[in-house]
Design a protein around this ligand. Structure first.
Ligand SMILES: Cc1cc2nc3c(=O)[nH]c(=O)nc-3n(C[C@H](O)[C@H](O)[C@H](O)COP(=O)(O)O)c2cc1C
Length: 172
């Protein structure tokens, strides 16, 4: 698929077929795209936690009550270790959130390439999620996404609502 078509076509998917899991080979290809993502000083301060077991899915699903989220056969949680990420010496800025966001974006685009739906989710209950995965003190989560095929008959919206380029570009 053409790269720009892929960018145009990707949409947040809020419809998952609970009965169709993703083949391990495909999952590995997608997660490998995240592995190859850039990070500040190449620290790679992340773990890609893929929740696929029935028991863990049940626990994790409780963090976001939307019905479509309950249907996802896999949930990916990108965990960062803020003691491993790069820190700017001038002011102590920690690049962890940026690093994790880039990895997640690589994964989301790779999933689109594999015809697998994703939806970046931030509106989860952090307490429930961190308990479910036994998050450690030095670890952080900024985003999670379901991974799964859409139900039969699912159609993309096909209308990207975005500000026009003229509005967001400044050339000085
Ligand atoms: C940082 C971030 C957080 C988001 N959190 C949620 C969320 O909690 N629930 C949800 O349904 N969608 C969430 N989204 C998806 C956005 O609503 C969606 O990306 C945006 O409306 C653009 O639509 P598109 O992804 O279909 O192009 C989030 C997206 C981003 C980037």
């Amino acid at each position: 698929m053409d790269f720009y078509d892929l960018i145009r076509n990707r949409e947040s998917v809020r419809d998952y077929n609970p009965n169709r899991t993703i083949d391990e080979v495909i999952l590995n290809r997608i997660l490998n795209a995240g592995r190859l993502a850039p990070s500040a000083s190449n620290r790679q301060p992340w773990t890609f936690l893929l929740v696929s077991s029935k028991e863990k899915l049940e626990e994790v699903r409780a963090c976001y009550k939307k019905s479509w989220f309950q249907q996802a056969p896999h949930i990916l949680i990108i965990i960062g270790d803020k003691t491993k990420s790069w820190i700017r010496s001038y002011d102590g800025y920690n690049s962890i959130e940026t690093d994790l966001a880039i990895a997640m974006d690589h994964i989301i685009l790779a999933a689109e390439y594999e015809n697998i739906g994703t939806c970046w989710i931030e509106e989860y209950d952090f307490k429930i999620l961190s308990n479910a995965i036994s998050l450690k003190e030095n670890e952080v989560i900024f985003a999670i996404t379901p991974l799964g095929y859409q139900n039969k008959g699912y159609q993309k919206h096909g209308n990207k609502k975005r500000k026009p380029l003229e509005e967001i570009i400044k050339i000085i």
